[in-house]
Design a protein around this ligand. Structure first.
Ligand code: ZN
Ligand code: ZN
Length: 295
């Protein structure tokens, strides 16, 4: 590992440790963090996560384009999906996104990611929680009967991980948005956060590239961090120690990793991350993707 990677990894760990209570420390904004207008108390859906209720006004909250209805069960799109019809194979099981990537959401992400407004991190991250809970409930219902005999609750997810950025980008931006989102989901779900992947090279910004360029640009872009992968295998071994009566059945049951990113566009980033993880994982591994927005 080169020294910028060692430094980036060290800084990531410090930040993850310090970020443990950021959403608790974040003040309730008197004005809406999106439109800047005065927020009125009351009349806000109490089922929404706190960072949303405490920082956005009712108008902005009601304009969030949640993906409530899924048309494509593979990529989680809310509309008919030609992409998955053309390319049905994916190395990950499925993607689910919280919101449609419309003009307002693009503006919100730009404030956070490109203008460095980290106050928005818990607001954006908390938007992932309803999608996370829906995905977990769906899978649990589908697999529940067979899982109950093998897994002890709450063992559905074994790790949360995220799409890494290059040390150059980390230096320029100061944070990895996908890591901040994953850290939030990990804290709220109790699923361990693991830093399983790193970039094998630095690339230009994806947002300015065409579909074909994006796919070409992401090929073999990610590699597994061996020591983190060993820790993931260790999690499995601790759950099913030698001599455990469930171990022989559990050998057949997969380790489930939730990969988190901000945007799902062509799916090429998720695909390359999943391929890198599958290539290095000695056990049966299933990768699910959770993204903030589906573009
Ligand atoms: Zn507002
Ligand atoms: Zn699709």
């Amino acid at each position: 590992m080169s020294s910028p990677r060692v430094i980036a990894s060290f800084l990531r760990r410090i930040r993850a440790a310090l970020s443990g209570g950021t959403d608790l420390l974040a003040p309730r904004a008197s004005t809406c963090l999106l439109c800047g207008k005065q927020r009125r108390r009351g009349g806000i859906d109490t089922k929404l996560p706190d960072p949303l209720r405490h920082n956005l006004c009712g108008v902005c909250l009601s304009a969030i384009p949640w993906i409530d209805r899924i048309c494509c069960r593979k990529c989680g799109r809310g509309i008919h999906c030609g992409d998955c019809v053309r390319q049905p194979h994916a190395s990950f099981v499925c993607n689910r996104s919280a919101v449609h990537y419309n003009k307002e959401m693009r503006g919100l992400l730009a404030q956070y990611k490109y203008r460095g407004n980290e106050q928005l991190a818990p607001v954006i991250a908390s938007m992932l929680l309803p999608a996370y809970e829906r995905l977990t409930a769906d899978l649990f219902n589908r697999l529940g009967a067979s899982m109950k005999s093998v897994h002890r609750k709450p063992a559905f997810w074994h790790a949360v991980t995220y799409v890494p950025i290059s040390p150059e980008r980390a230096w320029e931006r100061g944070f990895n948005q996908a890591e901040q989102l994953a850290s939030y989901v990990s804290r709220h779900s109790g699923v361990p956060l693991m830093n399983l992947l790193q970039r094998s090279r630095h690339t230009g910004k994806q947002s300015f590239k065409s579909r074909v360029e994006r796919i070409r640009n992401t090929r073999q872009l990610f590699e597994v961090i061996p020591i983190e992968m060993d820790s993931l295998c260790q999690i499995w071994s601790e759950k099913f120690p030698e001599g455990d009566s469930d171990r022989s059945q559990a050998v057949l049951s997969p380790l489930r990793v939730l990969l988190i990113d901000d945007i799902y566009t062509t799916g090429s980033t998720a695909e390359e991350c999943a391929k890198a993880l599958l290539a290095k994982m000695p056990k049966n591994l299933e990768i699910y993707v959770l993204t903030w927005a589906r573009s």
